[in-house]
Design a protein around this ligand. Structure first.
Ligand SMILES: Cc1cc2nc3c(=O)[nH]c(=O)nc-3n(C[C@H](O)[C@H](O)[C@H](O)COP(=O)(O)O)c2cc1C
Length: 185
């Protein structure tokens, strides 16, 4: 059992966060979800339902408001094992790479870095400019895993759902949690 934070920001790729949430939740992990206001907008656009409607159907998850900075998620003394920011907007990427911890998602991620714990970010933008690339390099040099949601086109993926499962499985594996969401070669 692990304790994992899922940060959802306003970039495309909400389906990957749903897959991760649903897998971790159904395999005895403790998850805390923090979603930005823009994350909620993209969530509704991509899934056809509001985040609040979606999360009501999932039992035993804790959603923490992105503005609540006195949450234990913002403290280095917490017992969180790891965090995934999925999807991660270029705005949130820029804030994290530059220490601008003005919301709970970025503060919690910053805590993961300073406490040398596992942090995976799933940045989504294309094409990437030099600012995006420099920010990713900065974080990578701090041992943050940069996981762009890029499909393996050779692997016989059937549809978007299949593609998202594959990516979610690889991300969960990086959290050191065994799963069968992705194909192994
Ligand atoms: C439908 C929609 C899709 C978006 N997709 C992306 C995206 O893929 N990548 C990105 O960096 N920003 C994207 N944005 C813009 C971000 O939401 C915007 O920069 C926002 O300030 C990010 O704030 P947050 O990181 O606090 O959620 C999108 C916005 C909307 C409305």
């Amino acid at each position: 059992m692990k304790k994992i934070i899922i940060g959802i920001t306003g970039a495309s790729g909400v389906i990957i966060s749903q897959k991760i949430i649903e897998f971790l939740n159904s395999h005895d992990n403790v998850i805390y979800i923090v979603i930005s206001d823009n994350g909620k907008i993209v969530f509704e656009k991509e899934t056809g339902q509001s985040f609040n409607e979606y999360i009501k159907k999932i039992q035993n998850v804790t959603v923490v408001d992105n503005k609540v900075m006195d949450s234990f998620l913002a403290s280095g003394s917490n017992d969180i094992d790891g965090m995934v920011v999925v999807p991660c907007s270029m705005s949130s990427l820029g804030k994290l790479a530059n220490g601008i911890t003005d919301n709970l998602i970025i503060r919690a991620a910053d805590v993961m870095i300073k406490e040398k714990r596992k942090l995976i970010i799933v940045p989504r933008e294309t094409p990437l400019n030099s600012i995006h690339l420099e920010n990713m390099l900065k974080l990578s040099q701090l041992n943050v895993v940069i996981f762009p949601p890029m499909p393996a086109f050779y692997s016989g993926l059937k549809d978007i759902d299949d593609m998202a499962s594959q990516m979610a499985g690889r991300i969960i594996k990086l959290l050191e949690i065994k799963n069968n969401l992705y194909r192994k070669y």
